[in-house]
Design a protein around this ligand. Structure first.
Ligand SMILES: C[S@@+](CC[C@H](N)C(=O)[O-])C[C@H]1O[C@@H](n2cnc3c(N)ncnc32)[C@H](O)[C@@H]1O
Length: 244
């Protein structure tokens, strides 16, 4: 399977993403994800599909029953694309990230990109991933092991609002990709740990889901932020903590 969008220029060689166990594991996982999520993804990309309606439905469902909403997706990957994964990898490398937090690890695809960046940079640091669904935590751990990255990652099982209450020191990078309505509460939990210059990449950051976008786009709050110019329908937002 071609992991890159054919419309994009050929990606630069980025070490372990292109060969060896990381590349092999990602290739396998993208195939498994296509099989598991194919129908769901097809629905989302239908031309007449009203994305705002889908986001609204999910937001309402999360507000009623967060666990139940994500239990229903226990067998779905809901993963980032290969392009977004490379963006995660490159941001971690460019920002010399050592301590990274991820909200929403699922089966571990995005975590593999982030952990590969730590490994390739020869960093002693670590990725702390979080996942609500126990079966996904088991699968993510196995996938990170298959990629040879297990020593760079700790996956915390449970609700991120609890599991991220304790964090070590400064955080260099944050990936937000969990329940849509929790981006703001999770950011507030991590904010005291963000080092100046920390990068935050959010997927599915939508205005309907809460205050997150308005907050990071208001310079008074200490952030610089803009939407990424690819896969705009996925709500990709790039943010830097500039300090207060
Ligand atoms: C979009 S998926 C993450 C995909 C993953 N980042 C990847 O690229 O492979 C969102 C995940 O967040 C998890 N999640 C939702 N709410 C959560 C919470 N409160 N704490 C931890 N994980 C949560 C869901 O179970 C789901 O697996």
């Amino acid at each position: 399977m071609n992991l890159t969008n054919p419309n994009l220029p050929r990606p630069i060689a980025v070490n372990s993403l292109d060969q060896g166990p990381v590349a092999d594991t990602l290739r396998r996982l993208f195939q498994e994800a296509a099989a598991a999520d194919g129908e769901f993804q097809k629905d989302l990309s239908r031309r007449d599909y009203v994305l705002e309606d889908y986001v609204q439905e999910l937001v309402e469902s999360e507000k009623k029953d967060l666990r139940g909403t994500y239990r229903a997706f226990a067998d779905n990957f809901l993963n980032v694309s290969a392009e977004f994964g490379r963006m995660l990898y490159l941001c971690a490398r460019a920002g010399n990230a050592q301590h990274i937090v991820e909200f929403g690890t699922s089966m571990g695809i995005s975590a593999i990109y982030l952990a590969a960046a730590l490994k390739d940079a020869g960093r002693a640091g670590r990725l702390i991933g979080t996942e609500l669904e126990p079966s996904k935590v088991r699968r993510a751990r196995a996938n990170l092991e298959a990629a040879g990255l297990e020593k760079h990652v700790e996956i915390r099982e449970g609700d991120a609002r609890d599991t991220l209450a304790q964090l070590p020191g400064e955080i260099d990078m944050l990936h937000l990709d969990g329940a849509f309505t929790l981006y703001m509460p999770i950011l507030k939990l991590i904010e005291p740990h963000l080092r100046t210059g920390a990068i935050i990449l959010a997927e599915n950051a939508f205005e309907q889901s809460g205050e997150y976008l308005a907050y990071v786009r208001d310079p008074a709050n200490g952030y610089g932020s803009l939407p990424l110019p690819f896969e705009h329908w996925r709500g990709n937002e790039f943010t830097v903590y500039l300090g207060r």
